[in-house]
Design a protein around this ligand. Structure first.
Ligand code: ARG
Length: 278
């Protein structure tokens, strides 16, 4: 098989400095209250992620972090942004609900006019990932199936519902990475049989990741179509990406992983937004 030449497209991202990052409650199997978190180290790793994006030519916008919201660094959960429209988040867990209004205020202050306040529980782009003209939507742990219908109405794009079954992969973006309009990578063990059949049918050329790379958070990756930013620990997946013509960039995000997140969780793509008013 010929290896295709991959093309990058510049992106706009929203991110949140992990100034108040910590593990003070446990809402996924990665969070261990007995393990100390080094906030300064998390900040350094996060800054390297921001620097990487900027070096790649992407725009990074920042929202002010708030104390008492230790997971606010995971901007991907704040909503879904497509065609400059925002479908806001409604967190399942009380601990993160304080983030909703803060992100909503950021969108309002930055010229987003179509901001939909959800009725259904959903954790934003953690569980709703656009690929080409469809949206892949997860349910099973956080986001409800009702939210898939709501997102479908909001964006007038079909949502393909996929059931997650392994609690280690509680958000879709921990088990599946969108690489470009038609290419994804995923870990099969995270999905229910019907979801797996759906993925195999829709994406016969997908990169199928192994468990070790999935556990290393390798699928929690961002891609601009050419460069794929991911955990450096996902060595197998890094090789698979290279074989397929992508340019993987591995980073140490080990401190953020203590809360169950990595590169993609820290990054909310502002798709379709024309940028700040100057
Ligand atoms: N501790 C956070 C939670 O459990 C991590 C969120 C990770 N975000 C993501 N998009 N997967 O909600």
């Amino acid at each position: 098989m010929a290896v295709p030449e991959r093309t990058a497209r510049p992106r706009r991202y929203l991110m949140c400095r992990p100034e108040h990052f910590d593990v003070t409650y446990q809402i996924n199997p990665w969070m261990d209250l007995g393990v100390a978190v080094d906030t300064a180290r998390a900040l350094g790793q996060w800054e390297a992620l921001v620097d990487t994006y900027r070096e790649l030519g992407h725009e990074v916008h920042l929202i002010e972090p708030a104390p008492d919201l230790p997971d606010m660094v995971f901007a991907a959960n704040a909503g879904v942004v497509l065609d400059a429209r925002v479908y806001g988040a409604l967190f399942l867990v009380e601990e993160r609900r304080g983030e909703e209004a803060l992100y909503r205020a950021w969108f309002a202050a930055h010229g987003f006019v179509d901001v939909v306040t959800p009725r259904e529980v959903n954790e934003g782009a953690g569980d709703l990932l656009a690929v080409g003209d469809v949206i892949l939507g997860a349910h099973g742990f956080r986001t409800s199936r009702g939210a898939h219908r709501e997102a479908e109405e909001c964006f007038t794009r079909p949502v393909v519902s996929l059931e997650l079954v392994d609690p280690r992969f509680y958000h879709l973006d921990t088990a599946l990475a969108v690489l470009d309009r038609e290419t994804i990578a995923y870990y099969p063990g995270a999905f229910a049989p019907a979801a797996l059949r759906e993925l195999q049918h829709r994406f016969p050329d997908a990169i199928v990741a192994g468990e070790a790379d999935a556990v290393a958070f390798g699928l929690n990756a961002t891609s601009d179509g050419r460069h794929v930013v991911l955990s450096a620990d996902a060595v197998g997946l890094i090789g698979q990406l290279r074989d397929r013509g992508f340019h993987p960039i591995g980073l140490d995000l080990s401190e953020l992983r203590k809360a169950g997140g990595s590169a993609k969780c820290c990054t909310l793509e502002l798709a379709g937004w024309s940028g700040p008013v100057r």
